[in-house]
Write a protein that binds this ligand. Structure first.
Ligand SMILES: C[S@@+](CC[C@H](N)C(=O)[O-])C[C@H]1O[C@@H](n2cnc3c(N)ncnc32)[C@H](O)[C@@H]1O
Length: 269
């Protein structure tokens, strides 16, 4: 039997007591789905549905800086499991479209939005940031957290799909004073200059490295400690030890100036 045949049988499987096998499995794993616990990296696992430093707080702060309202149609580029998109639709009332390269994230994000009762305002589709599957000027806000590749094609696409007077709101990693050798990262000022050259006015540009140490890595480390038994039961004690090491090593690297994070809100002129 081939794998697709097996998958088809599992899909059709009805339990003797009634109901479909896949529905039963989904109910069983729903708490883990809602927390986004389906990636191997410790950072992704502990981040949950918001895979960036600062979690929901970062999303709320960026949305306030970008003055997002219920009138906005936001494009979330690199939406992953849709956690930020769902928060924006829920707390700010906007309509949101998320895109990501990977089908499995899009399927999960769509299902999570459905479970949250937000399918009418949050939709997700496969797409590449370098060739966005949207027409010019379609969104009032282009949004991206912790995903920007330091490649001008990304910024050109963000600019193309933004409506006149629309905003760009993003967080991203940046080069700092003591970078890793051959790091291709831009520094915050490089991004500001590139956006001005494209025709944006930059309303807010901030180095958030210190905040991301305190409310990012340290918060992840605390969350891991608080739920240590739970994580160890599922992923093992070695995984927990490795995860603590990873978070603390990134704190050291940020403090040494190897890399950092920044955020920008800009308006398309
Ligand atoms: C660190 S995660 C950030 C997730 C999300 N923005 C959040 O804050 O929860 C980076 C995401 O970017 C996606 N990605 C990477 N390159 C991409 C590309 N060229 N186009 C679209 N998505 C991409 C990955 O699949 C991943 O889901």
């Amino acid at each position: 039997m081939t794998i697709p045949e097996l998958a088809e049988i599992i899909k059709q499987w009805q339990l003797p007591e009634g109901g479909a096998l896949l529905d039963r499995i989904e109910r069983m794993i729903q708490p883990a789905v809602m927390e986004g616990r389906f990636l191997a990296s410790p950072t992704a696992t502990v981040c949950g549905l918001q895979y960036h430093l600062g979690g929901e707080q970062d999303t709320e702060e960026l949305a306030e800086l970008a003055a997002i309202t219920a009138d906005d149609h936001v494009l979330d580029v690199c939406c992953y499991l849709g956690g930020p998109a769902i928060q924006l639709a829920e707390s700010f009332g906007c309509r949101i479209t998320g895109i990501d390269l990977f089908e499995r994230f899009i399927i999960a994000a769509s299902r999570i939005a459905e479970l949250a009762g937000l399918s009418d305002r949050a939709e997700f589709r496969i797409g590449n940031a370098t060739n966005l599957p949207f027409s010019d000027g379609q969104f009032t806000v282009v949004w991206s957290q912790c995903a920007l590749h330091h490649d001008e094609a990304w910024l050109r696409e963000f600019h193309r799909v933004t409506a006149p007077r629309g905003r760009l709101a993003m967080t991203f990693d940046i080069r700092r004073q003591n970078p890793d050798k051959h790091s291709p990262r831009w520094c915050l000022q490089d991004i500001v200059s590139l956006l001005r050259d494209l025709g944006y006015s930059v309303d807010h540009a901030e180095d958030i490295t210190e905040r991301d140490i305190e409310f990012g890595w340290k918060a992840l480390d605390r969350k891991l400690s608080e739920k240590e038994d739970e994580y160890a039961a599922v992923l093992g004690k070695d995984w927990v030890r490795y995860a603590h090491e990873e978070f603390n090593s990134e704190i050291k690297r940020m403090r040494k100036g190897r890399w950092g994070n920044g955020r920008i809100v800009a308006t398309k002129l």
